[in-house]
Design a protein around this ligand. Structure first.
Ligand code: HEM
Length: 149
């Protein structure tokens, strides 16, 4: 895949653009869950509005952004010699990225549960879970930029 090297800055730029879009959704969707469960008062219109916002955010923005992040990231992984796999930082990044993807899947499951039952969990629970992507982002950015190990 060495022929891809001339395109490396472009692939990296697209990777970072996709990352930003994905992270925006991962930060905002659990917030919508907080508002959704705290508004679970039987007002059908309001619940329908939250369901629509959550579905569109997940399907129109987060799913394509996650796929683009993976595609451009894995394309760079295929560039021979780019990553020093004997260092620890690629592995801490990989672990945090897998956890981030797991968090995305968890969000998708919560969206389905809340569509069935708008009082599925408490607002407090979703506020706490909203911290997870922030912690993972800190691990990823320090791994790739500072590369302390
Ligand atoms: C989904 C799987 C992912 C893969 C396979 C992947 C892979 C890569 C690779 C190979 C690079 C180039 C490293 C270099 O130039 O030496 C890179 C850069 C970068 N990645 Fe990812 N990445 C992924 C997800 C993420 C996520 C989730 C974030 C942030 C939340 C992220 C943030 C970054 C940043 C900021 C850079 C630029 C670092 C620099 O300037 O060298 N990546 N990624």
């Amino acid at each position: 895949m060495a022929w891809l090297y001339p395109y490396y800055p472009w692939i990296k730029a697209l990777h970072v653009i996709a990352v930003v879009a994905w992270m925006a959704g991962l930060f905002y969707l659990p917030r919508l869950f907080v508002y959704h469960v705290e508004a679970a008062s039987g007002e059908a219109d309001r619940e329908a509005l939250f369901r629509t916002m959550e579905t569109r955010l997940l399907k129109a923005i987060m799913n394509p952004a996650m796929i683009a992040t993976w595609v451009f990231g894995l394309t760079m992984v295929l560039l021979p010699g780019l990553i020093d796999w004997s260092a620890i930082w690629p592995w801490t990044k990989a672990a945090a990225v897998l956890a981030m993807t797991g968090f995305h899947m968890w969000c998708a499951a919560q969206r389905r549960h809340l569509a069935e039952n708008p009082a599925y969990r408490s607002g407090r629970y979703y506020r706490a879970m909203n911290e997870v992507p922030t912690l993972l982002l800190v691990v990823i950015v320090i791994s790739v930029i500072v590369r302390p190990f």
